[in-house]
Ligand binder design. Structure first.
Ligand code: G1P
Length: 297
């Protein structure tokens, strides 16, 4: 039997330079798709997957994330007093309560890379494999991508498991790319992974997106990991080093992924959700766009 995934790590310390000036004062993880910040989608996905502890690896300049994530009893009381009980209830349901929920914030003071961010969580994780969620990869679907991955991991531990999707060859330089050796249902068997290769050097077009289930041996690998692409400590490199011993596989999730680290991806996610909500049918029609709902005349 494989060990349970009890911890989810959320690396949220990045500066979000691709979204400046929007991210000058607002962390990119708090940018909303319609009315829900990216970090909230990630938290909801982790909750649905049943993790016990959530570890946020943040930056001192991004205290607004903490304010969003944690329950704000004063705000709820104010809403109640103004007769907005339903809104107060909604906030209570989505927030994490420092007393009832197991939530930890650690700081990554220097931007040394995704691998370094995950390493910052080391002293705060529960025993067993850990999940990592990158909130700017929004994956919409039922069940959530993390739930699917945890179920696949429980069916047979193949070591590190990374969410995977096929990308156009010319985009390999934006992703970690798997060296694929075979397939087994939704699993892509792999013997390695390369961070952001040029298309000509890419071992495949199977890219990693921001969901990982990692064997706890990852922390030792990260502690001794030398800087890689971009001079940063890359999570990809530490996973690849364990491929021969611990094993690794890609997992094809069933949901739809939006690259919300890019402006086009944010817009696409917004339009996708708007098209499913009859409230936006008129505004979409104004722009010549179709809603999935047809308004009753
Ligand atoms: C990170 C990872 C990369 C992965 C990508 C998914 O890159 O380093 O391997 O493919 O997330 O979004 P970033 O987008 O942070 O540069």
């Amino acid at each position: 039997m494989t060990a349970q995934v009890r911890t989810a790590i959320f690396p949220v310390a990045g500066l979000g330079t691709r979204f400046l000036p929007a991210t000058k004062a607002t962390p990119k993880e708090l940018l909303p798709v319609i009315d829900t910040p990216l970090i909230q989608y990630a938290i909801d996905e982790a909750r649905e997957a049943g993790v016990e502890r959530m570890v946020f690896v943040s930056h001192p300049s991004k205290s607004a994330i903490e304010r969003h994530v944690l329950d704000d009893a004063d705000l709820r009381a104010e809403l109640q007093a103004r007769g907005k009980a339903a809104l107060a209830e909604e906030l209570a349901e989505t927030a994490l309560c420092p007393v009832e929920d197991d939530v930890v914030f650690v700081m990554q003071d220097e931007p040394l890379g995704l691998g370094h961010a995950v390493l910052c969580a080391r002293d705060h994780v529960l025993p067993g494999p850990v999940a990592v969620i990158l909130p700017d990869d929004l994956i919409l679907g039922r069940p959530g991508a993390l739930s699917e991955m945890i179920a696949a991991h429980a069916r047979g531990d193949r070591g590190h498991l990374v969410a995977t999707m096929t990308v156009p060859r010319e985009e390999t330089r934006k992703y970690g790319i798997l060296s694929v050796t075979g397939r087994d249902g939704p699993l892509l068997l792999a013997d390695g992974m390369v961070e952001k290769p040029e298309p000509a050097d890419a071992p495949s077009a199977e890219a990693v997106v921001g969901r990982y289930i990692l064997d706890p041996a990852i922390f030792e690998a990260l502690a001794t990991q030398t800087p890689g692409a971009g001079g940063e400590i890359q999570l990809t490199d530490a996973i690849a080093r364990g491929a021969g011993t611990i094993g690794m596989a890609g997992f094809r999730f069933s949901g739809r992924r939006f690259d919300c680290g890019s402006k086009a991806g944010m817009l696409s996610a917004t339009l996708h959700l708007a098209a499913q909500d009859p409230d936006y049918a008129d505004v979409l029609a104004e722009h010549g766009l179709r809603s999935e709902h047809v308004r009753a005349a």
